[in-house]
Design a protein around this ligand. Structure first.
Ligand code: F6R
Ligand code: ZN
Length: 187
């Protein structure tokens, strides 16, 4: 940046659909097949068409991953749907630097933020437009869409947080969010 220069930000957030445009933006897509192993009924998950998208993530990473002192900004979209009685959801993770916190906030649709501490206590917070969620140190987090439309959730996290997917891939969360009598229930 030059002294006295007035510039434009390189990234714009669409306030109607919350999509990010500009550079550099990262676009991730996860198919249901790719994440089938997170579901209780993996066989049912694998039977969905190859091109069924479970969720997408857009992110602006203004600094290199792993940089201390920076921030990343993202928006996740979880599609509506269920694998048996289990809602479409994200893989879920602890942060690699486990003490790094994160904010999530609901933008569109409805869902649950499933949280688990290192002692494997699991609980959930309802997500809806305007709900704001502080994900503290050493808390695994996963989003599930419990509605009939796309669930869109904003996120902001430290650039050195990283993602530890292994722990959840190995041992999962200690509870699953399923539909029981028409209601989302942790079991
Ligand atoms: C970043 C973060 C979100 C998730 C996104 C997808 O720390 O929590 O941006 O990465 O919601 O979920 P995962 O990464 O669990 O597949
Ligand atoms: Zn995270």
């Amino acid at each position: 940046m030059n002294h006295l220069e007035i510039t434009n930000t390189p990234v714009i957030l669409g306030l109607n659909n919350y999509s990010l445009t500009g550079k550099p933006i990262i676009n991730q897509q996860r198919t249901l097949k790719e994440v089938a192993s997170i579901y209780q009924d993996q066989e049912v998950a694998k039977q969905f068409p190859d091109d069924t998208i479970a969720y997408t993530v857009q992110a602006w990473m203004p600094v290199a991953e792993g940089t201390s002192g920076g921030l990343f900004f993202g928006a996740s979209t979880i599609m509506p749907g269920k694998v048996g009685t289990e809602y479409f959801m994200t893989k879920g993770h602890f942060h690699s630097l486990g003490d790094r916190a994160e904010f999530y906030w609901g933008i569109q649709g409805k869902g649950m933020l499933i949280l688990m501490d290192r002692d494997r206590n699991t609980w959930a917070e309802e997500v809806y437009p305007g709900s704001l969620h502080y994900i503290g140190s050493e808390i695994a987090h996963r989003l599930a869409n419990t509605g009939n439309e796309n669930l869109i959730v904003g996120a902001c996290w430290p650039s050195d947080a990283g993602h530890d997917y292994d722990e959840i891939a190995r041992n999962g969360f200690s509870a699953r969010l399923v539909e029981e009598d028409g209601n989302p229930t942790l079991v």
